[in-house]
Write a protein that binds this ligand. Structure first.
Ligand code: KIV
Length: 272
């Protein structure tokens, strides 16, 4: 069975897609325009990632994201989205202090940011918090492997899950999140063999970013996939466009037209 293209994507849709071996698509968006692009492309899920600190705000890591900042961008994305499942990323230290803190933060993401679900980073250590959130009616997407909010603790953006002990740690984290009621898990930057093993073990869908093709779906940061930054892409990114080149070319032409008097012309002007 296929999902009618106009019916909203829900957490149940994603689980059904896993059962039917239909791959799940996810891209990030940070404002109403980019959300509308992702929506128009028929992508199943939109993640308002805290990567917006890197892409939209030019910061070096995701630690600087605050709840207010995320809610501001989530609310814009919610206005540009349609049938896609919208998921807001919970920022650093807004959910790990207690289940009460996590529920209060997630409530703001859903009520003020109009997100349909939230994502948070961590494995076994956050599972009891995830269980409380799910019990309270908050759909939670997990995120394990390379967890960018722990950048400083991990000593950089290193691949995770290499070697038997670390692979076992990540498998146990995935199982704990599933048992806690997470509706899916993002697997970031880990060996493809491990992510495939985790994916086969779980009933809930896994979403890969730098975790190979054996997951149930894939996510990319919009600025990476559209080539918006001019930076060389990471190994795990496929760049589908060079928007920076297109944008800079158009802006150069605009400046040239203004300086040379070619724009605005009579066709862009109003009569008395
Ligand atoms: O913030 C983000 O964009 C993310 C993705 C990399 C999964 O967490």
């Amino acid at each position: 069975m296929t999902t009618p293209s106009n019916s909203p994507v829900t957490t149940h849709t994603l689980r059904q897609m896993k059962r039917e071996q239909r791959r799940i698509t996810m891209a990030t968006a940070y404002d109403a325009i980019t959300a509308a692009w992702v929506e128009a492309a028929g992508i199943d899920t939109i993640l308002v990632g805290d990567s917006l600190t890197n892409t939209a705000l030019g910061q070096p890591d995701t630690i600087g994201a605050t709840l207010d900042m995320m809610i501001h961008h989530c609310a814009a994305v919610a206005l540009g989205a349609g049938r896609a499942l919208t998921i807001g990323d919970m920022p650093f230290m807004t959910y790990k202090i207690s289940a009460e803190q996590a529920m209060a933060s997630a409530a703001r993401m859903m009520q003020e940011g109009r997100m349909k679900a939230v994502k948070l980073e961590g494995g076994r250590e956050v599972a009891p918090i995830v269980a409380r959130m799910v019990d309270a009616g908050i759909p939670v997407l997990g995120h394990i492997g390379l967890v960018p909010q722990s950048y400083h603790a991990l000593g950089g953006y290193r691949i995770q899950g290499r070697g038997e002990t670390d692979a076992k740690r990540l498998m146990n984290d995935a199982i704990a999140l599933e048992d806690a009621g997470a509706f899916g898990i993002v697997l970031e930057k880990m060996p493809a063999q491990l992510s495939e093993e985790i994916t086969k073990h779980l009933a809930i869908p896994t979403i890969s970013i730098g975790a190979g093709p054996g997951c149930d779906g894939q996510v990319l940061v919009l600025a990476d996939l559209l080539g918006m930054t001019g930076m060389p892409p990471f190994k795990f990114v496929k760049q589908y466009a060079n928007l920076r080149e297109v944008a800079v070319g158009a802006l150069r032409q605009y400046a040239e037209d203004v300086r040379g008097g070619a724009f605005p012309g009579p066709e862009h002007s109003y009569d008395a």
